[in-house]
Ligand binder design. Sequence first.
Ligand code: BG6
Length: 458
Amino acid sequence: GGGSEQTLLVLGATGDLTGRLLLPGLSGLLAAGAGPGLFLLGSGLEDWDEDRWRRRVSESFAATSDGGRVAATVRQTTYLQADVTRADDLRRLLDACRGDVVIFFALPPAVTAKACRALGSLGLPEGTRLVVEKPFGVDRASAVQLNQDLAGLVAEEQIHRVDHFLGKSTVLNILGLRFANRILEPVLNADHVASVDIVFDESLALEDRAGYYDQAGALVDMVQSHLLQVLALLAMEAPPTVGARELRDRKAQVLRATHLWGNDPAASSRRARYVAGEIGGRRLPAYADEAGVDAGRGTETLAEMVVMVDTWRWAGVPFRLRSGKAMTSTRKEAVITFKQPPRVPDGLSGWEQPDRLRIGFGPDRLGIDLNINGPGDPFVLDPVTLDADFGPGALPPYGEVLKGALDGDPTLSVRGDTAEECWRIVEPVLAAWRADVVPLGEYAAGSSGPQDSLLPGI
Ligand code: BG6
């Protein structure tokens, strides 16, 4: 960045990812004054002309009110038809770039792999950065392969694996909350904590994404990626700086120590998919009946997994991860539940609810549940929640993670070893599900999930 010219080259510019995430994230970023001198270059297989591409960009940017930089980017942007699996087409694209090059692979994994190989034969301009979106592979082996393909092109620090959860303001705030407050960190360990829940229940259902989602399922779409990143921030040791190297080292360390609870998928994981139901007056068909879904695949729309963070700090504390679609409750939070005090004076009652620290990631909030002497009898305690609302972050989450790629700061990027580690953690669960060791349960769309959940409602 730094004011000099830079090109964001989007491979797969006519596709869904570009429209749904990349362009909206970019517009937020530009409106906030980032990305000066950015030249946006779109490319795709489709025979689009410049006008058609500009229309797409300006429609995506329309939600952003700022005039100047957003409008300038739209005016300048251009589109080149190209087959990115062919070296000569890629050469043409690179020749059209100005200044530093950032290549965004908005492509299916198999095409990304081919594009990497074709790029490898060209040699990239000095300082080129690469951006990829999840899923980073479809299992551990393919994640390793993807990492090798990317590493053949540029150094790890120039590879940006985007996880928009790491750009959420409350997720980013875990660092400040844990390490800049004296009263929290000393009690965040197995001596004081009973359990940690990381939950992301959505009312959203399939939303026309069968092509991607039916292959992925809830475990891969949410738990293996976003929720394990949150776990890493909650459980890691304090880094001496929040720079890319130290922060990402600490995350990698704690994930290496993390494994399925009891190494027992039957006891420590659950999967289910929704059947027809109703959410807020909207009738939803069963997942299995949605267009594009192969019902026989048995893709889950809700996944739960309990893991052990096997370190001195956390050994013995269950970390329970869960995400579901088409749910009535939209709990989106990490909750740290503390143990009961060692001794409560006789004569005090009403203190049975444990203390909890709640970090909400949509809506963004922070809460602490305590037992205090409320109204009425002073010896009968009442549970209260001290609540703080967050203003929105300076940038939308996707803008935040894109900014890292444009500025060349990989702090919020998922490092290659960490991406592989996250697959390693879920692999026993995926294998057990494939082998039907854990039955595929059902829940009605618009309900609060299956009966045999591993997470008590709190
Ligand atoms: C995406 C998942 O990464 O995150 C979606 O693919 C999910 O299935 C989404 O709905 C949640 O995003 P947000 O913006 O609500 O955090």
